[in-house]
Design a protein around this ligand. Structure first.
Ligand code: MRU
Length: 341
């Protein structure tokens, strides 16, 4: 397979490596990934994360195993095991479905490698398209609020919602970003702040519970977030806390946009209620750990509720920024998303 390089995932000299996003921004550690068990642990530990990137990492590993001479049955089992690692993000299922089809070809090694490479390159192009459509919604001087991390770290390209912000800054300038720190795993505070800093885009970090007062003070012009799965009726799942923002945006009359590639659209899931939400470890809420150290503030037996994602209903969304264009609420409520795939 040819060399493929993204911000946090690379295939170089026949070696697959993953930048440990759990240790960013204070530690830059790349893990070599040679087998399914390692990739599974990297995904479960959020060392590789972001809906598009998980699908790409898993695909590159399967392609690598195919090139190393793995048998058809081993590859089929690898695809099944990787697909089960995170249940909410549909991009992973989309990628694994493509590889399953490739596995049925006579020359399955070539077919799998070519599918994995296309998925990677397509993702770069999808990011560019979303960014162009989304940037047209932004004006110079806008204060944009975002949640979690949806940048280059989470994709093969410039990102989804954060890609829009990057493009808007390039095209219009004078953009300022409010960054939700995104408890419990702090993807905003650690990763989005890190990316904006590198891109030299002015930002201010806030705790998630500060968004309401900012909106009330008229300090948020627009909200852009990513998605892990968009259902056929336009409801979508994204990092927990996204729904809070949508409710607040609705109350304060602030445009709320979701940005995602068509690979995130799941027309087989009728509505948000049917999206499986990953439940995570209690320790993530009882305290924190990372490259900055470890702390636990809650009693060790504290009962915890820790869904990784929540669902935002279509009726709270101003627009869906996809790689094929921007779809407004009236179009989506009329069922237009179903016609896109
Ligand atoms: O648990 P994570 O960090 O993988 O969650 C990521 C998100 O919720 C993102 O918004 C989504 O995957 C889109 S990333 C381009």
């Amino acid at each position: 397979m040819q060399d493929l390089i993204a911000s946090s995932l690379k295939y170089q000299n026949k070696t697959l490596s993953v930048l440990d996003q759990y240790l960013l921004p204070h530690q830059q550690t790349w893990h070599v990934c040679e087998d399914v068990a390692t990739m599974r642990d990297l995904i479960l530990g959020l060392k590789i994360r972001g809906a598009p990137l998980i699908g790409l990492g898993a695909s590159l590993l399967v392609a690598h195993l195919a090139e190393q001479g793995a048998e058809k049955a081993t590859l089929a089992a690898a695809i099944d095991e990787l697909e089960a690692t995170r249940p909410t993000a549909v991009n992973l299922m989309h990628s694994m479905t493509k590889l399953r089809v490739a596995l049925q070809q006579d020359n399955f090694v070539t077919a799998i490698v070519s599918s994995a490479v296309s998925l990677f390159n397509e993702d770069i192009a999808l990011c560019e398209s979303m960014a162009s459509h989304g940037a047209a919604l932004v004006q110079s001087g806008d204060n944009i609020l975002t949640h979690c991390n949806t940048g280059a770290l989470a994709t093969a390209g410039i990102g989804t919602a954060l890609g829009v912000i990057y493009k808007a800054q390039q095209q219009h300038g004078d953009i300022h970003v409010w960054v939700d720190e995104t408890r419990p795993l702090l993807q905003g505070g650690r990763l989005t702040a890190y990316e904006l800093e590198r891109w030299q885009i002015p930002y201010t970090l806030i705790c998630d519970n500060m968004a309401a007062s900012l909106m009330a003070a008229g300090k948020v012009d627009k909200i852009f977030v990513g998605a892990d799965r968009i259902a056929a009726n336009g409801d979508f799942a994204n990092k927990v806390g996204t729904y809070n923002l949508a409710v607040l945006a609705h109350f304060h009359n602030i445009p709320f946009y979701v940005v995602a590639p068509l690979t995130t659209l799941d027309i087989h899931t009728e509505c948000g209620e049917n999206i499986e939400i990953e439940q995570r470890n209690s320790a993530e809420v009882r305290g924190v750990s990372g490259s900055f150290g470890e702390a636990q503030w809650a009693p060790s037996n504290a009962h915890v509720y820790n869904p990784a994602f929540d669902v935002t209903p279509a009726k709270l969304i101003t627009g869906w920024v996809l790689d094929t264009g921007v779809y407004h609420q009236s179009q989506v409520l009329a069922g237009e998303l179903k016609e896109l795939v």
